[in-house]
Design a protein around this ligand. Structure first.
Ligand code: AHM
Ligand code: MG
Length: 334
């Protein structure tokens, strides 16, 4: 444990959630946030040992079963599911890892919330020890009967009650918003607690970075190419440096701290882009707005796009408001 007693206060995520819950809250929402924070710790415990399991497995053969060999993204999906399915707080879930909605199993009470998540985004980076993340969003169910239907999951980002991400990086951080600013917590692994480390995060001005996969240059429209040039050396541009990890949570987090824009544009032959609206683009656009930034599909706020299907993809421009509005202007849509 290495908590500096010079800091004014030490605030655990539990205390912060409790103190910031809506006045008449009955605790379900607060407890759901605890569940997610716990899932984050369990997943972090495993990701921190990525690469070790096969070694440890051979050494201590007693307790190594099939699940230790599981791919980490499947493991993370399972952890979130198993921590949330039986609590009576959720009505239905949806995960990037699963084709269909995830019903609450028979025999368990259903609650009024809907959880959508990408359990481990950027998982192709695991094997090369690059930061990865979990992204989540919480809606209220639209259904008084709490049947847990597809349409309860297909809500626009504008209707999110909360969204956040967990970054498994040099330290593990949980960053979330319930519509009252964006707050970041760092996991102290010794005491197993997320402690408030970044209160009220805002995209700084002037921004420093743009993040895009430049290898796709030939696939972009002339307007997208012109915008990329502007970001770098346009007349009234902040002359940004490029930083691209290829791991969405890590790229977004760096830009939130340093200022910048993350881009995954439409391509000429893939106009829908790559990112998933429900599990990736909408939650991060929600956080961006809460941090004074903006998320757009190039034509409109990502928060206004209503998903038509669970795994719908969408082009995405997310970061400092000035940079994203410039994208909309240069793409000729505004
Ligand atoms: P995934 O959900 O299959 O992990 O893919 C999403 C990831 C993001 O983390 C990242 O921003 C993007 O894919 C990188 O894509 P690319 O390799 O095309 O640059
Ligand atoms: Mg993903």
């Amino acid at each position: 444990m290495d908590i500096s007693l010079q800091s004014k206060k030490i605030v655990t995520i539990e205390r912060f959630i409790l103190e910031n819950q809506p006045v008449n809250a009955r605790g379900d929402f607060t407890n759901l946030m605890y569940d997610i924070a716990l899932a984050a710790k369990v997943i972090a415990h495993k990701t921190n040992r990525a690469g070790l399991l096969p070694i440890l497995g051979r050494a201590g053969a007693t307790n190594v079963q099939g699940e230790d060999q599981q791919k980490l993204d499947v493991y993370a999906d399972d952890v979130l599911y198993k921590l949330c399915d039986h609590t009576g707080r959720l009505c239905v879930m949806a995960s990037e890892e699963r084709e269909d909605i995830i019903p609450i199993p028979e025999g368990y009470e259903k609650g009024k919330y809907v959880l959508v998540y990408d359990p481990l985004d950027g998982s192709s980076n695991i094997d090369v020890n690059v930061s990865i993340g979990t992204i989540f969003g919480i809606f209220r169910t639209l259904d008084l009967d709490r049947r847990g239907r597809l349409e309860d999951c297909l809500q626009p980002g504008r209707d999110l009650l909360a969204a956040g991400y967990v970054l498994y990086g040099s330290s593990t951080m949980l960053v979330y918003s319930t519509g009252k600013g964006v707050h970041g917590f760092t996991l102290d692994p010794d005491i197993g607690e997320f402690l408030l480390s970044h209160e009220n995060m805002r995209f700084p001005e002037p921004p420093a970075y743009y993040s895009v996969n430049h290898a796709y240059w030939p696939r972009w429209s002339p307007q997208v190419q012109a915008y990329m040039k502007w970001l770098r050396d346009g007349d009234d541009s902040p002359n940004l440096s490029e930083r691209y990890i290829g791991s969405l949570v890590a790229d977004f987090h760096r830009n939130l701290l340093r200022g910048g824009v993350f881009l995954y544009p439409a391509e000429l032959r893939k106009p829908q882009g790559k990112l998933r609206l429900l599990y990736e683009a909408a939650p991060l656009a929600y956080l961006a707005e809460q941090a004074g930034g903006y998320g757009s599909d190039g034509t409109q706020s990502l928060l206004n796009v209503k998903p038509q299907s669970l795994h719908q993809r969408v082009p995405a421009y997310i970061g400092n408001r000035t940079l994203v509005e410039k994208a909309e202007a240069m793409l000729g849509t505004k």
